[in-house]
Design a protein around this ligand. Structure first.
Ligand SMILES: C[S@@+](CC[C@H](N)C(=O)[O-])C[C@H]1O[C@@H](n2cnc3c(N)ncnc32)[C@H](O)[C@@H]1O
Length: 264
């Protein structure tokens, strides 16, 4: 068997990036064309699933906030069982499996159970979505750091380290913050960021459904509500957001493609 073949009884944990199938790693695509069974989440887009080998069995394991199609322990147990049946198992996760993806938990189970696995990184939402929104996360005129942070509630409260998040010269890329957008903006201002700090929220970035709303910490929540945005969204806070005004290339390229009649 060549080293490039997908061995039976093996699990590949693969990140699929933010949505555009052209952003898949070459290795991810090769494995998608060799697997026997694929377990996928709701954020793995139909355009990406269309590239999986047609004969492969597809198992949707869900995850839309609290409404999980399968609990995490059952997903991990299923991976173990399928691998032990001698199948070539592909676990697809949107973005990167190790960035807010619970990929670590799944392979911990595999390691404990002695199931062989590999990990293929993907482009995480912060990087892919920012690129398609024309927002360079660490443009050196504006930011010395970029923090990837979850805006999801834990135990009913947003237990974030607001003081470290509200530092100047840094960009925040906030995952899973849609439901708490207003509170996030309020807390950042309460902890020292100017209410005029530029901020953006990007819905379904790096897909044909991408929508971007920009404003500042005082206005973003109202603007997002007015635009009726829906998750998944990524929130970006920091001076870098201003650059989108000049660098928003994706919408322009789609418009050009539409005018040429080559857009889906
Ligand atoms: C459970 S996390 C998974 C993150 C993923 N592992 C990654 O590396 O991008 C889901 C969150 O990622 C963000 N996200 C993922 N894909 C996105 C996209 N195409 N556009 C906007 N946000 C996205 C959203 O904040 C969403 O709520």
């Amino acid at each position: 068997m060549s080293a490039r073949e997908f061995p039976p009884g093996h699990v590949y944990l693969v990140g699929t990036g933010p949505g555009d199938p052209d952003l898949l790693a070459v290795k991810a695509l090769r494995l998608m064309q060799q697997c026997d069974v694929v377990l996928h989440d709701n954020l793995v887009t139909p355009a990406i699933m269309a590239l999986v080998r047609p004969e492969a069995r597809r198992i949707y394991v869900g995850k839309r906030r609290a409404n999980h199609a399968l609990p995490q322990e059952e997903i991990s147990a299923l991976l173990v069982r399928l691998a032990r049946e001698g199948l070539r198992v592909l676990r697809l996760k949107a973005g990167d499996p190790f960035v807010f993806g619970r990929g670590g938990e799944e392979i911990e189970t595999l390691a404990r159970e002695g199931v062989a696995f590999d990990v293929v990184p993907g482009i995480t939402a912060a990087l892919g979505v920012a690129a398609y929104a024309g927002i360079p996360l660490t443009h050196r005129d504006c930011a010395q750091a970029c923090v990837l942070v979850t805006g999801n509630r834990r135990d009913g409260s947003l237990d974030l380290d607001w003081e470290s998040l509200a530092r100047p010269n840094q960009t925040l890329a906030i995952y899973m913050g849609f439901q708490n957008l207003a509170e996030i903006c309020t807390q950042l201002v309460a902890h020292g960021l100017a209410a005029t700090t530029p901020a953006a929220i990007v819905q379904q970035g790096a897909t044909p459904r991408q929508r971007v709303v920009t404003g500042d910490l005082a206005t973003l929540a109202a603007l997002a509500a007015e635009a009726e945005l829906q998750p998944p969204t990524l929130i970006i806070v920091g001076e870098v957001v201003r650059l989108r005004e000049r660098l928003a290339w994706y919408e322009a390229s789609r418009l050009e493609a539409a005018l040429m009649g080559s857009v889906e």
